[in-house]
Design a protein around this ligand. Structure first.
Ligand SMILES: [Zn+2]
Ligand SMILES: [Zn+2]
Length: 67
């Protein structure tokens, strides 16, 4: 009997929080899939501050591999 009609607006336009943690404020957007994430969910594989990747995309890109 749980009534969960909290979000009446389209979630895409008001998606300010992290893609995986909706209650965490997003601090960066993934350069690859353009989703926004909190600081725990993004990495900066190439040590550039403006090139954030979410963890799935970073794994795909192979940027967080240690050489
Ligand atoms: Zn991504
Ligand atoms: Zn997150």
């Amino acid at each position: 009997m749980s009534v969960m009609t909290i979000d009446t607006r389209p979630a895409r336009d008001i998606h300010i929080g992290c893609h995986r943690h909706p209650f965490e404020p997003a601090t960066a957007a993934c350069e690859r899939c353009h989703t926004v994430h909190c600081s725990d969910c993004v990495v900066f594989p190439f040590r550039t501050r403006n090139k954030a990747l979410c963890i799935p995309c970073a794994l795909i890109a192979g940027g967080i591999r240690r050489r």
